[in-house]
Design a protein. Structure first.
Lengths: 317, 280
């Protein structure tokens, strides 16, 4: 059974703008006719440019915003009608905000959470021990949150969101502003939690490395519409962004001529060729190897950024 | 992970627990501001001496003004200086933060918690008030009593009534500040509202002058406002000057508290509905 179910969900806002003394009201559809389901244990990347409707969707899923039309079920309930009940079963992390007690040691925030979510004390201790170890929080428990670095605070926030064994966690930009090592560590931790606890994760991010590292599924939205839903590989394949073949020849030669690929750059004995994502690289290689003095070669996938940039361009919706 | 049993009813049974935990953390949080606490108590003491100068002149010119004798007036000064912060006559960090959260929209984060907004902030404010009451509530009084001859309650019943009256005063003050903070849901710029609240609080709580000195209908009116329940009423209980006795003084506070709590709860649900339905 799906843990999240949206069927034909739309959310409109009324925007009032003042032009001199004239007030005009305009309806903006932040989310428009969205339908999808998420299975328990899935890690779904939810991406889109600013203003695409990501946070509106998350707000509706957590019950702090009602949809204008359509229906939502999360963990078997209608979120906005059961906000307080649902709040016990979900975890939320905002990369740019903290839910920790700013002036108190980290452990105080954890103690309040145990009461807030009514976690059995044994389970609380067990979870805390696990997270302290995995996130390396041991030294930080007695440090006031305001003295923590961004990376440390983020680890604290993530632990806080998971202490009550939520069935679903919503992570909004959890790696924003972190250095490469902190990011890698956090991703590793999230992957482990998902694998061991089957926690469903909805991850909104602008950092596509997060998606590559964690998400079995990606949903791309723009202007309130779903424009892609599938695997990351599928996302690459769905777009015409070409792949690149770099060949090193024994000597400098004029641009090589083969079927299915074209040379875009010649750099001494090294030549760069592009070919469509739909074409396999193998026949190209055998053609080149048969006709040219091939020394070495490599195939480069289109970057996920270039694929997504292409998705956002207006011709696609 | 299976969806697991619904534990809501169990959570509701254990309601007091989480709010107690929140209150305790808030108390601890304020205990980390040592320098602010010390300098605040020092300022209160300095103001205490200035006010004593003014009140001594006033009561010298008009002995028995408002039914207070000189000892009453001076005790009023030192009690008031100790209680300004705990009661939050000029506003308090907690409700100021709430107002900022409402304005910035960050209040949405509070809605992700399985707790009631009003009770959450009430616990936070009580934790703050209790810390400030314990640590600096008595400090000016102590200094004042070294210099002047001050009045203290003479029997345990009065002490108990003072304690109850103080808690009620803090709660009444909180509910007023809470309502002002929540006005940010409807008013884009709440500064005017906050200033109005500050002026009303200063005057009608008896902070500028004890409300007993105001004659006629102005006095009657001032003593009937909810602000009177925050400072004037508990101080009168301490002095043994409650016009209709301790019982009716406490009932007066309780009455306002219930009305304001109801208003607070109503405003909370309307504000939540506004966020949830209109989107902020």
């Amino acid at each position: 059974m799906a843990v999240i179910e949206l069927s034909n969900v739309s959310r409109a806002f009324t925007v009032t703008s003042r032009n001199g003394f004239r007030r005009t009201r305009r309806e903006v559809r932040a989310v428009d006719g969205m339908s999808f389901t998420v299975e328990p244990g899935e890690v779904m990347g939810y991406i889109g440019p600013n203003g695409a409707g990501k946070s509106t969707t998350i707000k509706m899923l957590t019950g702090i915003l009602v949809p204008s039309s359509g229906s939502i079920r999360v963990a078997g309930v209608d979120p906005s009608r059961n906000r307080l009940k649902l709040a016990k079963r979900i975890g939320v992390v905002f990369g740019q905000r903290t839910t920790l007690w700013w002036d108190l040691p980290l452990k105080d925030s954890f103690a309040v959470l145990q009461k807030m979510y009514d976690v059995p004390i044994a389970r609380h201790r067990e979870n805390l021990a696990t997270f302290v170890e995995l996130l390396d929080l041991g030294e930080l428990l007695d440090v006031p949150v305001r003295q923590l670095s961004l990376g440390q605070r983020m680890r604290g926030d993530i632990a806080a969101a998971l202490l009550h064994d939520p069935e679903i966690v919503y992570l909004d930009e959890p790696t924003i502003g972190l250095d490469v090592i902190s990011k890698a560590r956090l991703r590793e931790f999230l992957a482990q939690v998902n694998a061991e606890r089957r926690t469903t994760v909805i991850l909104t991010t602008h950092d596509l490395d997060d998606i590559e590292a964690l998400c079995s599924r990606v949903m791309v939205i723009d202007h309130g519409h779903q424009i892609y839903d599938g695997t990351l590989t599928g996302l690459r394949a769905s777009q015409s962004a070409p792949r690149t073949l770099v060949v090193d020849l024994a000597t400098s030669l004029p641009p090589i001529e083969i079927q299915g690929a074209t040379v875009v750059k010649v750099d001494g004995p090294r030549q760069h060729l592009t070919f469509p994502t739909t074409t396999s690289a193998a026949p190209l290689l055998s053609q080149i190897a048969a006709n040219y003095p091939l020394v070495d070669l490599s195939v480069a996938e289109p970057t996920i950024e270039s694929v997504i940039t292409q998705l956002y361009t207006p011709t696609h919706h | 992970m299976p969806l697991g049993p619904d534990t809501t009813s169990k959570w509701e049974r254990r309601l007091p627990c989480v709010y107690w935990a929140i209150g305790v953390r808030s108390f601890r949080r304020f205990s980390t501001y040592r320098i602010a606490t010390a300098s605040g108590a020092f300022t209160n003491t300095v103001f205490g001496f200035i006010l004593c100068g003014i009140y001594l002149t006033l009561w010298h010119e008009r002995p028995g003004l408002g039914g207070y004798d000189v000892a009453d007036a001076l005790t009023f000064v030192w009690l008031q200086q100790g209680l300004l912060m705990p009661i939050g006559i000029f506003g308090a960090t907690t409700t100021v933060e709430l107002g900022e959260r409402v304005r910035s929209g960050e209040i949405a984060v509070d809605l992700y918690r399985p707790t009631h907004l009003l009770l959450w902030w009430l616990s936070v404010d009580l934790g703050r008030a209790m810390f400030q009451l314990a640590v600096r509530g008595g400090a000016p009084l102590l200094v004042g009593s070294l210099v002047f001859d001050l009045k203290f309650p003479s029997n345990p019943i009065t002490w108990l009534a003072v304690a109850v009256g103080l808690v009620l005063g803090i709660l009444v003050s909180f509910t007023i500040r809470y309502l002002v903070a929540l006005s940010g849901f409807w008013i884009t710029d709440t500064r005017g509202m906050e200033q109005l609240a500050l002026v009303l609080s200063c005057f009608f709580s008896g902070t500028i002058l004890p409300l007993v000195v105001f004659p006629g209908w102005i006095g009657e009116f001032a003593r009937a406002t909810p602000w009177a329940a925050t400072l004037q009423v508990p101080v009168d209980i301490w002095l043994g000057r409650s016009p209709d006795g301790i019982g009716s003084a406490l009932l007066f506070q309780l009455g306002w508290l219930l009305v304001l709590l109801l208003a607070g709860q109503l405003t909370t649900s309307v504000a939540t509905r506004k966020v949830v339905i209109q989107g902020g």
